[in-house]
Design a protein around this ligand. Structure first.
Ligand code: SF4
Length: 353
């Protein structure tokens, strides 16, 4: 890729990592197309769609940038449409003749443009995102919709990264690799990544709280592994930048407060409870088919429930995933108590909308 497409590597001021790789297509039908190429979009619009042509992937990323679309979501939506096509749920008349078999690079680019411009019935439907598109398409399309809380899955194989599966399921904005770094213990071999057991809840919570703090301080997420003593160092940065003294313990509490606040906002909107902390059918019901040590892996309901119970317990939430009044008061979020009380009352059938 570097030899044929990457023309420039750039980064933020003073950063030694410089993660921005600018790809340029120098020949062929997409000649001149220019886009920042990074792992997630490369995966989503590439192998996720069976596409191995870098010129088409760069063009599709360019189109995502042009239309202001997220490259991960767009690639997953195109892959979803391809799955539906291969399973006969979408036909050539639905696609206006577009051959949506996996691996068709031109079709992947064309569909990306149609989604961006809402062109045709299919472009318009897919522009709603995988969750709503699957509902509109019907005919069992939900089986192929890879999303959590309406956000498309990023490039992690959750059937074989099960701490990450739990982390993405409970994340307050759905399947976001920037809200949960729970793939890290899986990929570093700190846990058995092919199972969920008690103890994973704490790993997920600790990662979420740290990500909340890093994002709130507008630190680069890639910096998360470079500190000598993470919260101690970050507390010093905070004080140096603001003049306000803060302890590492207060920062940890801030991370917890953010997660609880976001959870309660979801609850207020009717979506923050256990039934929304779910995984897509493809992760729960379709075992890994390939030969190798992960063959047959998928997340089963029993281990998933163990993980959810463990996570809620560590968070100090009810079994339904609702922050308790005591927990909210402990975090100084007592103004949110009426929202959770209303929700708990609804759960008990005593009121609520
Ligand atoms: S986003 Fe982070 S890793 Fe990338 S160049 Fe900026 S500071 Fe460096």
């Amino acid at each position: 890729m570097n030899e044929r497409y990457i023309k420039k590597i750039i980064g933020c001021a003073t950063c030694g990592m410089r993660c921005d790789h600018i790809g340029v297509v120098s020949e062929g039908p997409y000649k001149g197309s220019t886009a920042r190429v990074e792992f997630e979009c490369l995966w989503a619009l590439g192998p996720n769609c069976g596409v191995d042509r870098l010129d088409a992937i760069i063009e599709a990323i360019y189109q995502c940038d042009h239309y202001g679309m997220d490259g991960i979501s767009t690639g997953v939506i195109v892959g979803f449409a391809m799955d539906c096509y291969e399973h006969g749920i979408l036909t050539a008349s639905d696609t206006d003749g577009l051959d949506l078999h996996f691996g068709n690079a031109e079709a992947m680019v064309e569909l990306t443009k149609r989604i961006g411009s809402r062109k045709g019935w299919l472009g318009d439907v897919l522009a709603e995102g995988t969750m709503r598109a699957a509902e509109k398409i019907g005919k069992g399309a939900v089986k192929y919709a890879n999303h959590i809380k309406g956000l498309e899955l990023p490039g992690y194989e959750l059937r074989t990264l099960k701490t990450a599966a739990l982390g993405f399921a409970v994340s307050f904005r759905g399947a976001c690799h920037l809200r949960s770094g729970a793939y890290s213990p899986d990929m570093k071999g700190k846990v058995d990544r092919l199972k969920i057991e008690k103890g994973r809840g704490k790993l997920v919570v600790d990662g979420e709280d740290l990500y909340n703090v890093i994002d709130s301080l507008i630190l680069c997420k890639f910096s998360r592994g470079i500190y000598y003593d993470t919260y101690e160092d970050i507390a010093k940065y905070y004080t140096l930048a603001t003049g306000i003294e803060i302890t590492p313990e207060e920062l940890v509490q801030a991370g917890k407060r953010i997660n609880n606040l976001a959870r309660v906002l979801n609850i207020r909107e009717g979506k923050g409870t256990r039934e929304y902390d779910q995984l897509p059918p493809k992760i729960m019901e379709v075992p890994v088919p390939d030969e190798g040590f992960a063959k047959g892996a998928h997340v089963n309901q029993k281990e998933f429930d163990i993980g959810l119970d463990d996570y809620y317990e560590v968070r100090g939430w009810t079994k339904e995933g609702i922050p308790t009044v005591e927990k909210l008061k402990e975090l100084g979020l007592q103004n949110l108590v009426p929202i959770v009380k209303k929700r708990m009352a609804k759960k008990k059938g005593k009121g609520g909308k």
